[in-house]
Design a protein around this ligand. Structure first.
Ligand SMILES: Cc1cc2nc3c(=O)[nH]c(=O)nc-3n(C[C@H](O)[C@H](O)[C@H](O)COP(=O)(O)OP(=O)(O)OC[C@H]3O[C@@H](n4cnc5c(N)ncnc54)[C@H](O)[C@@H]3O)c2cc1C
Length: 394
């Protein structure tokens, strides 16, 4: 089948690319097809934490994410061993937590309502760009496109096909869903009561105590709503900045110890893991006729945050595509520069740089100094370089 613009992957990056393209070049809408290997609502391992930048990008598309089930965390806590900095945004929530199956299905519905075509249950197995277009192989037959957008996530097939020998950086994650509190019959319940202050009910927590043990990341603990039931989503993130190819510090034991602090036995819950490809400013982001968006390019190495960036990549890719069709030039040579010079690229570069500082200086004293004593500096850096980029995306 022939289609001018083939988007591989119907997650936030692919759907955002299509929605932005539909907004800025509506005449291209019938020429776009999104291929998604799963069926909505499909599971996606993710904490579901949406920062304000994600909501700003959605509002720019005329979408209000508050329509779907969510929990608003009023505070975000950045701690070392339970103590540190609290972030609170005046008059609004600091983090909105959604479930990804619901969020992605909602976004796909919005895309369909605007005339965009999505084919579910079609898994792409390979592609070959050529001078006349791109041949795309799927389990449901072959497609031919003028341009392909690789929006198929951290393990995507598109990058593997077009940039097979380029090294990639991936983070490790483990995630578990637990009730708000351990069962009152748990033998540890009384002992942990003092750890279960009210702050652990509504806030979102990031704890950097694993850094001195060579885990270049943090433990998270978010409120979440699973099928209408308030729960906690807990996990551990390791960007593997200090252990590329080498010995890996144990993630499961680290998460188990944190869960035990709150009276939970990790063995009682289903533990899931997934890699996150993170952004490298020196990496290639396109080849002629194929460009990458979202995790296929790279998420933020500092926190593994990727939903807002996936939405932002979609906006940049849409502009690149609209111009490519206008000029009938599909070399896409300007895409990397477009990304790097954008507020999104600047925020990702800043986070990339900060992650090497924060995680390389892994000593306990430094982490305590950073999160407990240098709070004004951390707030300033976060405000100027880490957050607030979406408002500047024209
Ligand atoms: C444990 C964990 C926790 C996280 N927590 C957060 C968080 O709290 N906040 C945050 O902002 N980010 C978080 N992230 C990162 C976030 O999930 C990603 O950055 C985000 O999903 C990237 O979106 P994407 O559209 O690029 O890729 P994805 O969401 O992975 O979407 C890719 C889509 O492509 C489809 N696909 C894949 N291969 C094919 C194929 N061959 N053919 C057709 N379709 C295909 C998939 O089914 C999927 O729908 C977390 C990640 C993990 C692993």
């Amino acid at each position: 089948m022939d289609k001018d613009i083939l988007i591989i992957g119907g997650g936030p990056a692919g759907l955002s690319t299509a929605l932005h393209l539909q907004k800025i070049a509506p005449e291209l809408t019938p020429r776009i097809l999104i291929l998604e290997k799963a069926h909505y609502p499909r599971p996606k391992l993710c904490g579901g934490g949406l920062v304000a930048d994600a909501e700003i990008l959605l509002q720019g598309l005329g979408l209000e994410v508050g329509e779907i089930p969510h929990v608003d965390a009023d505070t975000a806590h950045f701690n070392f061993s339970g103590k540190g900095l609290t972030l609170r945004l005046p008059g609004t929530h600091t983090l909105r937590i959604i479930r990804r199956d619901e969020f992605d299905a909602w976004l796909a519905d919005q895309a369909r309502a605007r005339g965009l075509e999505i084919r579910e249950g079609v898994s792409v197995t390979g592609l070959r760009p050529g001078s006349e277009g791109v041949a795309v192989e799927t389990e449901a037959g072959d497609f031919h496109a003028q341009i392909v957008i690789g929006a198929d996530g951290s393990n995507g097939v598109v990058r593997r096909c077009v940039l097979p020998n380029v090294p990639v950086n991936t983070a490790r994650t483990l995630e578990v869903l637990s009730p708000l509190r351990p069962s009152a019959t748990s033998p540890k319940f009384r002992k942990v009561q003092r750890n279960l202050g009210e702050g652990r009910v509504g806030g979102a927590f990031f704890d950097f105590s694993p850094v001195p043990k060579d885990i270049t990341g943090y433990l998270w603990d978010f409120p979440t709503l699973v099928n209408g039931q308030p729960m906690r989503c807990r996990g551990v993130y390791d960007a593997k900045l200090l252990a590329q190819g080498g010995k890996r510090p144990p993630l499961k034991e680290t998460l188990a110890a944190e869960m035990a602090r709150f009276g939970f036995d990790l063995e009682d819950y289903e533990l899931k893991g997934h890699p996150i490809r993170w952004f490298d400013p020196f990496a290639q982001m396109s080849v002629p006729r194929v460009l990458l968006v979202g995790d296929a390019v790279g998420a933020d190495p500092l926190f593994g945050e990727g939903i807002s960036f996936a939405l932002g990549y979609g906006k940049l890719a849409a502009t690149e595509l609209a111009e490519a069709f206008h000029r009938a030039d599909f070399s896409l040579t300007g895409y990397r520069q477009r990304v790097l010079l954008s507020p999104l690229g600047q925020a990702l570069c800043a986070r990339w740089f900060i992650s090497f500082i924060v995680y390389s200086l892994k000593w306990k004293w430094f982490q305590i100094l950073l999160w407990r004593f240098l709070k004004p500096l951390v707030r300033l850096v976060a405000w100027l370089f880490v957050l607030n980029w979406a408002r500047r995306m024209k």
